[in-house]
Design a protein around this ligand. Sequence first.
Ligand code: NAG
Ligand code: NAG
Ligand code: NAG
Length: 374
Amino acid sequence: MVIRSTWNRCCSAHDRDLKCHIKTGFVLLVALTLSLSVIFFVYDFSFNPVKDRHAWFNLVNKTHKSYNVVTEGLSGKRFVWNFATNRQIIQTITAQKHHILVHHHVAHPSNYHFLLDEPDKCRQWDPFLVFMVPVAPHQVEARNAIRSTWGNESSVQGKAVLTLFLVGLTGGPEAQQKLEEESRQHRDLVQSNFVDSYFNLTIKTMVIMDWLATRCPQASYAMKVDSDMYINVENLLSLLLAPNTPRENYITGYLMWDQNVIRNKKSKYYVSEDLYPASKYPTYVLGVGYVFSNDLPKKVVDASKDMKPFNIEDAYMGTCLKRLGIKPSRAPDPSQFQTYMKDSKGHDLSKVITTIARSPKQIIEFWQKVKRHK
Ligand SMILES: *[C@@H]1O[C@H](CO)[C@@H](O)[C@H](O)[C@H]1NC(C)=O
Ligand SMILES: *[C@@H]1O[C@H](CO)[C@@H](O)[C@H](O)[C@H]1NC(C)=O
Ligand SMILES: *[C@@H]1O[C@H](CO)[C@@H](O)[C@H](O)[C@H]1NC(C)=O
């Protein structure tokens, strides 16, 4: 209606000049752009919005004249949209660096050892809950955002809480030196000697499990949580301290049911039939944040000894749990485990346990919103 009335007013009999057509063209252009983004948005996110979390709009370049938006579909194809010219430039980036050449990797933590460790931390703190955050060595900003927000909540509802970061190998001696400096300053880094890469996230998770099993068996619960997450520790503690929450063989978060194994070689989620022959994964908990009773790490590490690892860490956890006969639990209020929130008002954030933040800055913003809302 709005478009039409503008149109009529503009292109009336009194006004047939060039300006009028330019204006109309502009309105149509805007409408076309909007509908294209809506179509693309729906196509890309409605079928599998969670598994494909990395497909979220990724604003790579914003200048005063134009900006590009990159999306990555389930097929692993990447599209670059240039909004200023309203041309849809499709670049299929073929030789993707994560194209899997390595068909087998050894995930069992006994193959690795710790370069940086905090072996006495749990004895000193006696934590009820431990957050283990897998993060790349260079992501200092993400670590600092967590350190200054939810990672700094060391005592919640009378329970000790501990946050540690797990990294793999750095790129070189200079980066290593920086990391060791950071470790001396904060005493919250654990480093293991595997190559730190997206493909190796399963190794990272298994090393986290190994650390919990060997360095922190006294904790009651632990949570593996990605470095781009906002965590409402208060709400998580309420869940864990509720009388009905099991103290053993327990894992919960955002449950993934009936997920197909991705066989498209261009996808970063590709898993070969050789590594995982079945066509579906067992129910597992989405890797952005899963919380579990701390008896599980040892059991999972033991179970993984004679299981073939594959590169999807959360689905691999699911297969280890299935082997153990442990079913992920549905959270009492599943809506507390959010992925991307449409609106993130302080009111909604004060109810959740997890949600994905789009940047370290947003972690801080979310945390402040909740503090203000109180
Ligand atoms: C963004 O575009 C400008 C100009 O086209 C270019 O100089 C700059 O390197 C680009 N930035 C990124 C992050 O790609
Ligand atoms: C953690 O919180 C304490 C007060 O509770 C504060 O003094 C300290 O600066 C905080 N640490 C960071 C890294 O923000
Ligand atoms: C995974 O880590 C192992 C052990 O460090 C390494 O040999 C392998 O190259 C890594 N793979 C990738 C794809 O990074």
